[in-house]
Design a protein around this ligand. Structure first.
Ligand code: ZN
Length: 322
């Protein structure tokens, strides 16, 4: 038995709802400089794109994904939601990013100091709340080297996520007692938790906000967060542990690029635990990631119909644009 030796290694990916897919691609790939690593469809709803962004190869801990729902109503930020997604930038890159956001007419707040880091806050074109967190503890390996942002200033994957909760105890006890997170600090109504080896990519802040409205998932809000597990065997033991804690958890679902289980924490946020392998090079070579519509084998026979149902998009140029 592997017992309690398993650790959540950190954030695997965050999945959110967008409006227009082209605006989403232009913002995340063109402005923020994340690589579009996979253009596919929602396997549960093939008339909807599923856009994946990440570092050069889409390593776990760098993956932000979107279901674009053009024309759908805006969601509402509130409790029972992942309300802020934070990326890591190098310590000396705050001025670079303030200039870049200003030059692209993106309003931002800050920088403010939170714990030991400088934080810039802004929203994507659909109102999704984002942060850039400047820290000395950032790895340059996690960047798209031929992207539009110089590797010296580029986003290095996730820093952390913020969960807004009406109550506080059920969520924090799930994080610490079941999932093995550690409480590492508190500022105001924000409590910081870390998983795995800690640091950027492993952080979950829980905000207790009893008077905020309940969140509504739609355009401009996060759908779920996935936590990392290294393999199928550990995922199986997580599944048992979560079931034993009294929560409903799905069977293992094959998402082609990882294997997933889903469960809703008591506060309302949808959690997933996803395996690191097999990754995004399972169906296209590293240098061609995200350059064509990729369908799983069971949807390939429907390619014609699917392509007709999807709004056309212009993909980011592979050439360097600085
Ligand atoms: Zn997911």
């Amino acid at each position: 038995m592997s017992g309690n030796s398993e650790k959540i290694l950190g954030i695997h990916h965050v999945t959110a709802i967008a409006g227009d897919p082209q605006k989403n691609i232009d913002f995340y790939s063109g402005l923020l400089g994340l690589r579009l690593i996979k253009l596919t469809v929602n396997f549960d709803d093939p008339a909807t794109y599923h856009l994946y962004y990440g570092d050069e190869l889409g390593h776990p801990g760098t993956i932000l994904t979107f279901f674009p729902w053009p024309g759908a109503p805006k969601g509402r930020l509130g409790t029972g939601q992942l309300t802020v997604t934070s990326f890591t930038i190098p310590e000396g890159s705050v001025d670079f990013w303030m200039n870049r956001l200003r030059n692209h007419s993106v309003e931002y707040q800050g920088p403010i100091k939170r714990f030991n880091e400088q934080v810039l806050s802004f929203s994507d074109p659909d109102g999704l709340s984002l942060e850039l967190v400047a820290t000395a503890d950032s790895e340059e390996s996690k960047v798209w080297r031929t992207g539009p942002v110089d590797p010296a200033n580029a986003i290095r994957g996730f820093f952390g996520v913020t969960l807004s909760e009406q109550g506080y105890d059920p969520t924090t006890s799930l994080l610490t007692e079941t999932l093995g997170f550690r409480s590492v600090g508190q500022e105001g109504n924000r409590t910081r938790f870390e998983s795995g080896t800690g640091g950027p990519g492993s952080i979950a802040d829980v905000i207790s906000d009893p008077h905020a409205p309940r969140g509504v998932v739609s355009v401009g809000t996060v759908h779920h967060v996935a936590w990392r597990t290294p393999n199928d065997e550990e995922q199986k033991s997580w599944r048992k542990k979560i079931e034993d804690s009294g929560l409903n958890v799905t069977p293992v679902i094959d998402r082609k690029y990882f294997h997933s289980i889903y469960f809703r924490e008591s506060g309302g946020v949808l959690f997933e635990i996803a395996t690191d392998p097999p990754g995004f090079t399972v169906d296209e070579p590293a240098d061609q990631l995200g350059t064509r519509l990729n369908l799983p084998p069971w949807l390939e026979p429907l390619r014609g119909e699917i392509e007709q149902a999807l709004p056309p998009v212009t993909l980011p140029s592979i050439a360097k644009i600085r």
